[in-house]
Design a protein around this ligand. Structure first.
Ligand code: GTA
Length: 186
């Protein structure tokens, strides 16, 4: 749908399908909001790291980490709520594209946080776009079992070197040289 506003730098390319109002209502909410969405984050980035980076442009009211709705663990996005609109605009202007935990993060205007928006909406529990993502962080790509076999993770499924696919690994420690135990096989 065509935008009603000329200054596109204060808007977002993303349209939340769950926003109930018209396009005009959506754009008015984006222009007044003091909330930003941060995407393309590492699953290992903590709230403290987000605070450290985003407080550089202004005082933060609240941070809400995006969580996988099944595992309740961070899944690569969050919302930062500021007190002032100026600080919100500065976050989009100056922090978007910054490398955080080896990933270029994307900072986007958001229409405003509501309870429930912290959960990934994808079928697997995480973000929808992660179902299309291929650039997983290198340190979760490979798992070694007692230093012998390696397992790789693609779209939350684990593959053995022989091509067997597993949905879950039991007691695991991620990272090279870690160890693990298989508990379920598909
Ligand atoms: N402000 O860019 C954003 C943004 N994103 C991507 C998610 N949120 C955002 N907010 C702002 N800007 O509260 C918010 C959502 C929600 C929370 C989690 O983060 O409002 P989600 O990412 O799990 O779910 O949201 P969402 O928003 O439905 O997913 P997405 O990625 O926009 O996907 C929408 C549609 O596009 C889906 O039908 C999907 O099938 C399709 N799609 C997405 N990526 C691809 C792709 N690479 N290829 C083909 N189709 C794709």
């Amino acid at each position: 749908m065509a935008s009603l506003f000329k200054d596109q730098s204060k808007l977002s390319q993303y349209r939340d399908r769950r926003f109930l109002g018209s396009q005009e209502d959506f754009e008015q909410a984006l222009l007044a909001s003091t909330t930003v969405y941060i995407g393309n984050m590492s699953f290992y980035t903590t709230e403290e790291q987000v605070y450290e980076l985003f407080s550089r442009v202004g005082e933060i009211k609240k941070i809400i980490m995006g969580l996988d709705k099944n595992t309740k663990t961070p899944c690569g996005f969050c919302f930062v709520l500021y007190y002032s609109r100026e600080d919100t605009e500065d976050a989009v202007k100056y922090i978007s594209g910054t490398i955080l935990d080896d990933r270029p993060i994307r900072v986007d205007f958001d229409w405003g946080f509501q309870e429930g928006r912290q959960w990934g909406r994808g079928r697997s529990g995480g973000q929808v776009r992660d179902e299309y993502r291929t650039d997983y962080d290198p340190d979760i790509l490979l798992i070694s079992i007692y230093g012998k076999a390696f397992f790789s993770m693609v779209n939350k499924l684990w593959y053995s070197p022989e091509g067997f696919c597993f949905t879950k690994l039991g007691i695991i420690r991620s990272g090279r040289g870690g160890y693990g135990k298989l508990v379920q096989r598909e």
